[in-house]
Structure formats: structure tokens, C-alpha cells
Design a protein around this ligand. Structure first.
Ligand SMILES: *[C@@H]1O[C@H](CO)[C@@H](O)[C@H](O)[C@H]1NC(C)=O
Ligand SMILES: *[C@@H]1O[C@H](CO)[C@@H](O)[C@H](O)[C@H]1NC(C)=O
Ligand SMILES: *[C@@H]1O[C@H](CO)[C@@H](O)[C@H](O)[C@H]1NC(C)=O
Length: 291
């Protein structure tokens, strides 16, 4: 009897655990348009969405659910041609003034000039952790895989399976880590011509409008956020919480080598090297290993 009860309990626990892990099915079921709906739609039964920017407005989509830990993937094809002044953003964010946020922003450019991939992370409302990169491919020619992997030990930004940046959990050393608030997934396309391209020198050319960025195959293989109860549920080590397995607590040597190579060749800004900006008082995580 005791064994039977234990078995039932085990089944119950694993059912609860399984239930936490969410796999976003169709983009149309897991996201909705929350800005610019008059010109951006998620087509009925499809995995695709077009974000549109014209003189009337930009547009944005948002996930219906919030998540805490897991892997969030999106295939994105950026605005082609003269995209100067446009920004396509893809990010996770919680709400409130002590919010957490993990960002990808793609700063457009005039035809033939490179996009900048801008990354940042806010923890407990504190940001100012920008790192920027050029890409090793034309991001407007095809869809590429931009993934944010996030677990209790680290946040990793991936492009086509190559890690480009890691933010590790140094909470014990007093550096806040995003592990207490659920975040929704957002993507948007907007006019940022006051700063985006060559620091605001290149304005949007409305003759090239409408600007269109394409999103495809959104997947959140992630833990459902159901309020503070999720903090322990999503962080606990279990088979269902695959993101907590030791394999995901540190990059493999080959992934680290890939990351180093990309950062050596394509990184164009690193807040940790900007001593002028921080007046010599660098953020504490800049002195820690980043992998
Ligand atoms: C946020 O940044 C401010 C200013 O740098 C700092 O005083 C504060 O301790 C930081 N808060 C957290 C939670 O890291
Ligand atoms: C996208 O990249 C992530 C991280 O490397 C990977 O887990 C996932 O399988 C990739 N998805 C596709 C469709 O290639
Ligand atoms: C745009 O192109 C110019 C010239 O190549 C370059 O300096 C700049 O970094 C590029 N990207 C942005 C977003 O300004």
C-alpha cells in the first residue's frame, strides 16, 4: 500500500512537473499582436508573422504566457534594403520598476551596410550591460535562429547555435540575476531613427516603407510562470526541468571556442571595456568569468 501510494505520488509529481514545461505550438496560438494590429497580422493557421513599420505606426507581438527558465527560439528575417533608422527587437521582459529583461535588438542600416546586433540584460531594473556585434551573414537574405537560453546558472544568447554572450549567476556576490520574475516574449519593429543607425545620423527613408521583418517558428521550451510558486518549481532539478541539468550549467569547450571566435571577430562594443563611461568603476560582473 505504502509503495502504491508512493507510486501515485511520484506519478502526480511528474504530471505536475511535465505540465510546467510549455512548448509553444503555432505562433498564432501562443502570441498575439499588441501594437499596430491594423497592418500586422499573424496569419490564421500559420507559424509566420510579419511585423510592419510605416508612417502610421510600427508593430509588436507578445506571448500570451510568461516563462521562468528554458529556451526561447525564434527564426527571424530582418528588414531588407534600406533599413536605416529601424529597429527590430526580440526580447524577454517582466513588468514593474524592478523588471528583468533579456534583449536582442537589430539596428538597421542603409543598403549594403551592416546591421548591428545589440544585446543587453536588465536585472531588478538595472541595465547598462550592452554588447554589440556585427553578423557573419546577411540577416535579411534568410531566416536565422535567435535563441535565448536561460536557467538558474546563466543566460546565453545564441545565433544559429553559436553562443555569442553569457551572463552568469553571481547572485552570491551581490549581482542580481533574473530568477524571480516570469518574463513574456516580445518582438517589435519601430522607428528609432533618433539613435539607431550611426548614432542617429541616418534617418528613416519613408520612400522605402512599408518596412517588414518576418518571424517564424516561435518556440518556448520553457517553464510556465504561474506566479511566485514557480520560483522553486522551475528551478528545481528534475528530468522535466531539463534546463537545470548539469549539461546546461556551463558551455562545452567547443561552444566556448565558437563563442570566443565570434567575439574576437565580430564584437564592436562591450560595456565591460568602456572604462570612460563608468568612470573607472566597472560593474562587478565585468571582473568575473563569462562562460
Ligand atoms: C542597481 O544599480 C544601482 C546603481 O549602480 C546600485 O546601487 C544597485 O545596488 C543595483 N541594484 C541591484 C539589485 O543590483
Ligand atoms: C535554434 O538554436 C537553439 C540553440 O542552439 C537550438 O536548441 C534549436 O534547436 C535551434 N532551432 C532550430 C529550428 O534550428
Ligand atoms: C551602418 O554602417 C556604418 C558604415 O559601415 C557602420 O559604421 C555602422 O556601424 C552600421 N550600423 C549601424 C546600425 O549604424
Amino acid at each position: 500500500m505504502a509503495n502504491f501510494q508512493a507510486l501515485l505520488l511520484a506519478l502526480f509529481i511528474s504530471a505536475v512537473a511535465m505540465n510546467q514545461c510549455f512548448v509553444g505550438a503555432m505562433l498564432s496560438k501562443s502570441m498575439y499582436v499588441n501594437w499596430g494590429a491594423h497592418h500586422s497580422t499573424i496569419s490564421g493557421n500559420s507559424e509566420d508573422v510579419q511585423l510592419v513599420l510605416d508612417q502610421t505606426s510600427g508593430s509588436a507581438v507578445k506571448s500570451k504566457r510568461a516563462f521562468l527558465f528554458g529556451s526561447v527560439e525564434m527564426l527571424i528575417k530582418l528588414v531588407p534594403g534600406n533599413s536605416a533608422g529601424t529597429v527590430t527587437a526580440y526580447y524577454l521582459s517582466s513588468t514593474g520598476d524592478k523588471h528583468d529583461e533579456i534583449d536582442y535588438e537589430f539596428l538597421g542600416n542603409v543598403s549594403g551596410q551592416p546591421y548591428i546586433v545589440h544585446t543587453n540584460i536588465y536585472t531588478q531594473g538595472n541595465g547598462s550591460r550592452e554588447q554589440q556585434f556585427y553578423l557573419w551573414f546577411d540577416p535579411t537574405a534568410d531566416f536565422h535562429n535567435y535563441t535565448i537560453h536561460w536557467n538558474p546558472t546563466s543566460v546565453v544568447w545564441y545565433i544559429d547555435n553559436i553562443p555569442i554572450r553569457v551572463f552568469r549567476n553571481y547572485e552570491k556576490e551581490g549581482i542580481a540575476f533574473p530568477n524571480k520574475q516570469g518574463m513574456r516574449v516580445h518582438s517589435s519593429l519601430w522607428n528609432a531613427d533618433n539613435w539607431a543607425t550611426r548614432g542617429g545620423l541616418d534617418k528613416i527613408d519613408w520612400n522605402s516603407a512599408p518596412f517588414i521583418a518576418k518571424l517564424r517558428r516561435f518556440r518556448a521550451r520553457a517553464c510556465k510562470w504561474d506566479g511566485p510558486v514557480s520560483i522553486n518549481q522551475c528551478a528545481s532539478q528534475s528530468r522535466a526541468n531539463w534546463w537545470t541539468s548539469p549539461a546546461y550549467s556551463q558551455l562545452s569547450n567547443s561552444k566556448m571556442a565558437q563563442m570566443k571566435s565570434v567575439r574576437d571577430k565580430f564584437m564592436i562594443y562591450d560595456y565591460c571595456k568602456d572604462t570612460k563611461r563608468f568612470n573607472g568603476k566597472m560593474p562587478a560582473e565585468c571582473f568575473k568569468p563569462h562562460f
